[in-house]
Design a binder for this molecule. Structure first.
Ligand SMILES: Cc1cc2nc3c(=O)[nH]c(=O)nc-3n(C[C@H](O)[C@H](O)[C@H](O)COP(=O)(O)OP(=O)(O)OC[C@H]3O[C@@H](n4cnc5c(N)ncnc54)[C@H](O)[C@@H]3O)c2cc1C
Ligand SMILES: NC(=O)c1ccc[n+]([C@@H]2O[C@H](COP(=O)([O-])OP(=O)(O)OC[C@H]3O[C@@H](n4cnc5c(N)ncnc54)[C@H](OP(=O)(O)O)[C@@H]3O)[C@@H](O)[C@H]2O)c1
Length: 253
């Protein structure tokens, strides 16, 4: 089922990365889920999935997207202006949600590992009360190539002020050696390398282990596969409804 949405605001984080705020009547959703956006392009309907970045009780639907140069839909979304229409699926979907995680109180730390636009569902979750009420530490690891690829830095800064003991933010900036000058805690390697070297856990001052960690991973599929392999080697297992574990993931392509 589809509904006609209206773009009411947009924010450009850089020349490719942008947030659309859309007014659309959709069914209630859970933080971490995605909707589909669709347009007719060259007489063909093209639909793609986009995670919702806004909180479930927000008035507008927010999505964070990157213009993939050779892509079909994302360049068209990048051209949308305030007042333009966009077709939106009425029902959100997806299992990258906090209620899918095992609820045992032993899991005291929650890791969010994201690359690029994969940070979106985690921002939505962080905008709700649920993770703050449940976990002692929440660590957001956000891998980007350049410092200017970091979206939602204002929301992240606000959360750092609000939860100074509970929240750790570790940007991983892979192609921008200057980044550390202005960003406390930044690392300059890809997420899998930060895990192998132990630098990520040193920065967070929290171990990743099967007893106390839940790890959610989102974004680049190769990053996800590499991280998953490393975590499986450490004794964590994939979180399935029939076999609860510690690794919950969503690949974007
Ligand atoms: C569950 C789910 C949630 C998603 N949520 C988001 C989201 O919140 N924001 C978002 O921008 N995309 C998201 N995507 C990807 C999105 O659905 C589209 O694939 C993307 O916008 C490209 O569409 P396109 O038609 O322009 O390119 P296509 O013609 O579909 O080309 C796809 C190629 O683009 C590249 N690509 C696709 N998505 C990304 C990305 N996010 N970052 C970097 N490179 C990418 C890959 O190389 C991929 O092979 C999600 C995908 C899934 C499956
Ligand atoms: N033409 C180009 O030169 C160029 C460059 C970048 C992106 N792009 C395109 O632009 C779009 C946006 O991409 P994006 O920058 O948002 O997302 P992305 O390409 O997935 O990069 C985001 C972060 O993920 C890292 N990463 C990439 N592959 C990884 C892997 N296998 N394991 C661990 N980490 C990995 C990147 O490191 P690295 O910086 O080390 O790759 C970067 O820090 C994509 O379509 C991409 O193909 C083009």
């Amino acid at each position: 089922m589809w509904t006609q949405g209206l773009v009411v605001a947009r924010r450009d984080w850089n020349d490719k990365l942008f947030t659309l705020s859309i007014k659309a009547e959709i069914a209630p959703f859970i933080a971490g889920q995605f909707i589909k956006l669709s347009q007719v392009l060259a007489d063909k309907r093209v639909a793609r999935a986009y995670s919702i970045v806004s909180a479930p009780d927000a008035e507008l639907l927010e999505v964070l997207a990157i213009k993939v140069e050779a892509g079909q839909l994302s360049p068209a979304l990048h051209q949308l202006a305030i007042g333009d229409a966009i077709t939106v699926s009425t029902k959100a979907a997806g299992f990258l949600t906090l209620d899918e995680l095992p609820q045992s109180a032993d899991y005291s730390n929650l890791w969010f590992l994201a690359t690029g636009t994969g940070v979106g569902p985690f921002i939505s979750m962080l905008r709700t009360q649920a993770p703050w009420l449940k976990y002692e530490k929440i660590i957001l690891v956000y891998g980007v190539s350049y410092q200017t690829d970091i979206a939602y830095h204002d929301v992240i800064q606000q959360l750092l002020l609000q939860y100074p003991k509970q929240f750790v933010f570790i940007p991983m900036v892979t192609r921008d050696p200057e980044a550390s000058v202005s960003m406390a805690n930044a690392l300059h390697c890809r997420i899998p390398q930060g895990l192998v070297s132990g630098e990520l856990e040193t920065r967070a001052q929290v171990d990743i282990n099967p007893q106390s960690s839940q790890v959610m991973i989102c974004g680049n599929p190769e990053m996800i596969s590499e991280v998953q392999t490393l975590l499986l080697e450490r004794g964590l297992s994939k979180n399935l409804r029939r076999a609860p574990g510690q690794i919950t993931l969503e690949k974007y392509w």
